[in-house]
Design a protein around this ligand. Structure first.
Ligand SMILES: [Fe+2]
Length: 288
């Protein structure tokens, strides 16, 4: 049964998007390792890996497989109890929107006379309904990537849009006292855009599905996985530690907490894939 759209404050606690088994499956795909290959690379058996992936969590197993997957062992072992702590910012609202049996975020930032919306949700009218209830109009819309759960609500928003922004990578647009810079977060999807917003009490970065609290968006293959990790490190984790991160799924977090607690970005990864020319218009992934 489809859930109703929910308005959530930035600081409201929420479960992580991915549990430890999903993190492990994403890393296995990204490293090109199936269960047998992972067993051969690590000190654990095929049967133990299968039990772990079936939901039988153990700290020892999490620590044992992490190095072979380029994941941080401490972050893997403590992921089930990780809940990011994010301060209250009244200017930021999380729109938790239904997507089949799951949920997807859109983020609304209001400052003085500006209203910025990042992504639109999946259903035609769920984002528009919530935004209208909040009394926000003349929206400045930014999209993170064109997966259907992030763009499905565009048509219903058009009557209250001032502008849909398509900011070139590395460029900044000014909206009142806010500056919005577009960053390259390709990997989970190509292209993918993140947005760094300055002008509020804290720097904010909208990450889309590139980075979740405690995880990353799934990647189609080893090449896009390495691309995703490279872009996250270069464009997100280089921001100040207290930068607030607004992901496409799951709760908000901060750069400092992800650097400590996210197994993908606090761990030592495999050597980068060779650089490859990529046509940015060619889609490489349909993973959510
Ligand atoms: Fe996605």
């Amino acid at each position: 049964m489809m859930s109703a759209p929910i308005l959530s404050r930035l600081s409201d606690p929420a479960p992580l998007e991915d549990d430890v088994t999903l993190v492990m499956r994403k890393a296995m795909r990204g490293m090109g390792l199936d269960i047998a290959a992972l067993a051969a690379e690590s000190t654990v058996s095929v049967a133990e890996i299968e039990r772990f992936l079936g939901g039988n969590f153990s700290c020892d197993m999490a620590r044992a497989v992490a190095p072979s997957l380029g994941l941080n062992a401490d972050a893997m072992a403590t992921l089930p109890v990780y809940r990011p702590n994010v301060p209250i910012m009244h200017s930021v609202s999380r729109l938790v929107l239904p997507f089949e049996k799951d949920q997807v975020n859109a983020w609304l930032i209001r400052d003085e006379d500006q209203a910025l919306l990042f992504d639109t949700g999946y259903l035609p009218d769920s984002a528009a309904t919530l935004v209208s209830l909040l009394g926000a109009a003349d929206l400045n819309l930014f999209l993170t990537h064109d997966h259907r759960d992030h763009v499905g609500g565009i048509a219903a928003l058009r009557p209250i849009l001032k502008k849909q922004h398509m900011v070139p990578l590395g460029q900044t647009v000014s909206l009142g006292s806010l500056q919005v810079k577009c960053i390259d977060l390709a990997g989970h999807c190509i292209p993918s855009w993140g947005y760094v917003i300055e002008g509020l009490s804290r720097v904010i970065c909208v990450t889309g599905d590139a980075l979740f609290a405690g995880s990353i968006g799934g990647c189609a293959d080893q090449f896009t996985y390495q691309m995703a990790l490279r872009n996250i490190r270069q464009h997100v984790l280089s921001l100040p530690g207290d930068t607030i991160l607004l992901p496409g799924h799951g709760p908000a977090t901060t750069v400092a907490q992800e650097l400590r607690r996210n197994p993908f970005v606090s761990g030592k990864t495999a050597k980068p894939a060779p650089e490859e020319e990529v046509n940015p218009m060619k889609k490489r992934s349909n993973f959510f």
